[in-house]
Design a protein around this ligand. Structure first.
Ligand code: DHE
Length: 543
């Protein structure tokens, strides 16, 4: 299920009174031990992403019995007030949970939110090390592929709710294997050499899959944090030493830290906490300073680590992975997701609650620009487009409005300004991801979080010659749910889309030339698919 989407607004700006009834007489709230366990699991799965693992607020408001001076006390909202929020969501972006949570679960959550939050257990380096499991040592792995398939064509597909990852042969569309991974896997990133695929679960578990085996196999596992979203490898191959595929980094939401591992074995090498002072305003100290997107530079031995609540972009030098040195760049608070521009020099990341895109000049280790865009940008990794007149542009769509905005990334007049806009037909935003490919003349956007089912079940295609809307791709017959995340195949002639949260999940492969359905991939193993990652495009940052 989609988790709280409310990560796109400044903290503590909920507009409660509009929908909540008047405060009721205080009643004694009880939550048994068993209920506490159940509520904590629901909270972790559905709410922590926005309200913070410890309920102290993150990009959504805090949820504390006595409030925190900014957000209201949950005790004051009472059972009735909290239930209204949980059932109906808010205009500010919190989803409705009615129909997803049972009435009993909603009642439990309304009680849970009125008692003190449980302390998450500590998870330090010793705990990370204790979870490390090297299933197949490097020496025992194949030295070359045991098959003739094209690994660069492989599509790794997340089956979010099943806690599984499917590997599909991108050339033949055949499922090769479905592997057990971490709980609610969030993203996949292949090794720089394309051989391994690493997944990161919401539970912080990293699973390392070796594609040299005829049937890809898990060769190592480790847990980086209790709650996590991002992972990447070292991609630098240059005169400062060969670090290509040597190290792996994973970022934690809770505890808030990043851990560096040996990329061949997943042996943990170091852990660095990201708590610290926020970049802007009163520079408040933030304990839950969650690690959002991480990307690897191709031109320097550096990972770009985006710390959400502090608004600090850490450039982590991995040449000494046990003692990594970092340059911290103050930018804008609530950094979330982003990607590279076409030159691979600039990293563009959404400060989503502030309606901005932050541009980092990675080789020169400095903030290049902050660009004002639409309401709550959510680019995923964005999409790079070459316009014959304007040159290279990078695009984001938005959760809060129906625009797609293009920022000029080439030097010269108009650089780092929005030079083009396109509008999706129909009311409202809700877009999570955009995508194109250098060989394609089309630009794709989903609208997963739009409350209107006729809008969230479709993909919107634009013509890149005219920058105009071209076609709404409706779910084909026998497929339902919300359309989410677009990924091209290696050749750049197919766009793959996931349909999840319905009765009939599927992966739908569209022919990019005709925009017709080429293949519908379904089966018992296709359960709520979300992100898909073609090995070649992901390694080479083609989007
Ligand atoms: Fe994501 C990327 C965090 C909800 C599917 N998501 C990311 C990244 C972050 C993030 C930090 C960037 C990782 C990187 O590049 O290193 N996502 C969060 C949340 O905190 C949030 C809002 C709530 C939560 O509790 O998780 C959230 N995300 C979702 C969903 O509901 C989605 C649709 C399904 C799911 O997994 O729960 C979802 N997120 C994705 C996908 C990507 C992603 C598919 C990778 C996009 C890409 O092309 O790189």
């Amino acid at each position: 299920a989609i988790s709280c989407k409310d990560n796109r607004r400044p903290a503590q700006k909920e507009e409660p009174a509009a929908v909540a009834p008047a405060a009721e007489e205080p009643v004694e709230i009880t939550v048994s031990d068993a209920e506490m366990k159940q509520a904590s699991a629901i909270y972790f799965d559905k709410c922590a992403g926005c309200h913070g693992t410890t309920r102290h607020g993150a990009t959504g408001p805090s949820l504390l019995p006595d409030g925190d001076g900014k957000a209201p006390a949950t005790k004051a909202l009472g059972m009735a007030g909290l239930k209204v929020f949980i059932e109906n969501g808010t205009a500010g972006g919190m989803p409705e949970w009615k129909g997803i949570l049972t009435p009993e679960e909603i009642d439990l959550m309304a009680r849970f939110l009125q008692v003190d939050p449980p302390e998450p257990p500590p998870f330090e380096m010793a705990d990370v090390k204790a979870t490390w499991e090297l299933k197949v040592p490097v020496a025992d792995r194949p030295t070359k592929p045991q098959h003739n398939r094209n690994i660069n064509g492989y599509m790794g597909v997340i089956m979010r709710d099943a806690g599984k990852v499917a590997i599909i042969d991108g050339d033949t569309h055949e499922q090769i294997v479905v592997l057990e991974t971490g709980f609610a896997v969030h993203i996949l990133r292949p090794s720089a050499s394309s051989r391994y695929i690493y997944s990161i679960g919401r539970d912080g578990r990293i699973t390392m899959i070796d594609t040299y085996y005829d049937v890809p196999k898990v060769v190592a596992e480790v847990r980086a944090s209790l709650d996590a979203r991002s992972v990447d490898v070292s991609k630098y191959k240059g005169d400062k030493g060969d670090f290509y595929d040597k190290y792996l980094i994973a970022g934690g939401y809770n505890p808030s830290h990043f851990v560096i591992f040996d990329a061949q074995t997943l042996e943990p090498l170091s852990l660095t906490k990201t708590s610290g002072n926020a970049c802007c305003g009163d520079k408040e100290f933030v304990k839950e300073a969650r690690v959002a997107a991480i990307v690897a530079s191709h031109t320097d031995p550096i990972w770009v680590v985006n710390v959400k609540e502090t608004g600090m972009v850490w450039l982590v030098d991995y040449t000494d992975p046990r003692n990594p040195k970092s340059t911290q760049i103050p930018t804008e608070r609530f950094l979330h997701d982003g990607g590279w521009d076409a030159s691979g020099k600039y990293f563009l990341v959404a400060a989503n609650s502030n309606n901005k895109i932050v541009v980092i000049d990675v080789p020169n280790q400095r903030l290049e620009k902050i660009v004002e865009v639409g309401r709550t940008p959510h680019p995923g990794r964005g999409a790079n487009v070459k316009d014959p007149k304007l040159g290279n542009l990078w695009a984001t769509s938005h959760l809060g409005d129906n625009t797609i905005q293009f920022i000029k990334t080439d030097p010269g007049e108009g650089q780092w300004t929005v030079v083009k806009k396109m509008e999706m037909p129909g009311e409202g935003g809700g877009s999570l991801f955009v995508k194109t490919h250098p060989k394609s003349k089309h630009f794709y956007a989903d609208r997963t979080m739009n409350p209107d089912a006729s809008l969230n079940s479709a993909i919107y295609v634009f013509d890149l010659e005219t920058f105009t809307f071209k076609k709404k791709l409706e779910a084909p017959q026998g497929v339902d749910g919300r359309a989410v995340h677009i990924e091209f195949n290696q050749d750049g002639d197919e766009a793959w889309v996931s349909y999840f949260m319905g009765e009939k999940s599927a992966l739908v492969v569209y022919d990019d030339a005709t925009l017709e359905v080429k293949k519908v991939i379904q089966g018992d193993w296709v359960q709520n698919p979300t992100g898909k990652f073609n090995v070649y495009n992901t390694v080479n940052d083609i989007y």
